[in-house]
Design a protein around this ligand. Structure first.
Ligand code: A2P
Length: 342
């Protein structure tokens, strides 16, 4: 087989699709041919790859002839409908949606953790994990290897980029709308007509809802940490109680984690482990007010971990804060890293 690959991006015009294109270029992925696919609304639009214009085509069942690797990021419905067409045409699918993540015949992969799971692809599909889960595991998994994690309690502070291009635009518009009005800090509530993507205004707000609610009171997003975490870490007893919060940040997620381990753990021992962990920066000097921040990790391939301290409410407990670019490690970069492993 040729070393150069025919790569397709499904959802190329979306927030993640654009980053996939950029990652392929920046990481010098051996792209021989590139097919950019989106809805009929975007057909004919041009996107740049290595200085050349590539015309976006409408996604159809016949879009995958000759494609080696298809990166999907157009939502679960599109993945469910079109991944089989891509596989039938001979492509390996790397899917960023939640459509196949819990399918036992589909590996769910963070390359720094379980790249070995890619050896077996019974369906020709690999799933890319939930963004908050992937970012959290970048620190939690090395700690698990050293100390054996039993359970975590976590809260996420998730950027609007996780909802896609329309949500990014909504935060931008709402913020401009308020700034333009020259109203004061105690008068930030906007008219209903400015609220479209989320159930409530996102600018100047914090929404304790990411995805839809389950009967248990948790959201679907909150349960991904436990379910996907178990599968990725090969740790069926891992437990996670999570509250996911959408915050008015454009493009990086942060997660506050309290983790309990089987073995005794100290902040210094944890730092020694995390300093060596792949894809992770240790930013942890409270004497200089240094800790990971969404603004600093935005646009960065690496996640950052800090605020490491002994958890005062758990036995063998550690509290920490991790931040990562949701569009990159939480989505596009991880997908392209999977393609590199393949
Ligand atoms: P389009 O830009 O043509 O709507 P985001 O997550 O940022 O909202 O992006 C979603 C991506 O999925 C976009 O590239 C979007 O294309 C694409 N998409 C949405 N609906 C379809 C569809 N029915 N067929 C193909 N691509 C779609």
């Amino acid at each position: 087989m040729s070393k150069l690959k025919h790569v397709a991006i499904v959802g190329a015009t979306g927030a993640v699709g654009v980053e996939m294109l950029r990652c392929l270029e920046q990481r010098n992925f051996p792209v021989g041919e590139l097919t950019l696919l989106a809805s009929s609304r975007s057909a004919g639009k041009k996107m740049k790859f290595r200085g050349e214009d590539v015309v976006v085509k409408e996604l159809t069942a016949d879009s995958f002839v000759g494609v080696d690797i298809a990166l999907f990021s157009a939502g679960g419905g599109i993945s469910k409908e079109y991944a089989s067409h891509a596989v039938k045409a001979g492509a390996i699918v790397v899917d960023n949606s939640s459509a196949f993540r819990m399918d036992p015949d589909v590996p769910l992969v963070v390359p720094e953790i379980n790249a070995a799971d890619l050896k077996n692809l019974p369906k020709g599909i690999v799933a890319n994990p939930n963004c908050t889960t992937a970012i959290t595991l970048m620190a939690l998994y090395p700690l698990h290897q050293a100390f054996g994690v039993t359970r975590i309690f976590a809260s996420s502070y998730q950027a609007v980029s996780g909802t896609g291009a329309q949500a990014i635009e909504e935060l931008e518009k709402q913020t401009r709308q308020w700034a333009k009005s020259e109203r004061k800090w105690d008068d930030v509530r906007l008219a209903k007509e400015h609220v479209n993507v989320y159930p409530h205004q996102i600018a100047f707000n914090a929404l304790p809802q990411v995805d839809s609610f389950l009967d248990t009171g948790y959201t679907k997003e909150e349960m991904k940490m436990e379910n996907e975490g178990r599968k990725i870490m090969h740790h069926p007893k891992f437990r996670a109680s999570v509250t996911c919060v959408r915050v008015p940040v454009f493009r990086a997620h942060s997660i506050a984690v309290s983790a309990e381990f089987e073995k005794p753990v100290t902040p210094d021992a944890a730092r020694a482990v995390l300093r060596k962990a792949p894809g992770l920066d240790l930013v942890d000097d409270t004497t200089l007010n240094q800790y990971p921040m969404a603004l600093d990790v935005a646009g960065q391939d690496k996640c950052a971990v800090g605020r490491i301290r002994q958890d005062c409410a758990l036995d063998n407990g550690l509290a920490f804060w991790i931040a990562g670019d949701q569009l990159l490690k939480g989505a596009a970069l991880n997908a392209v890293q999977i393609a590199e492993c393949l």
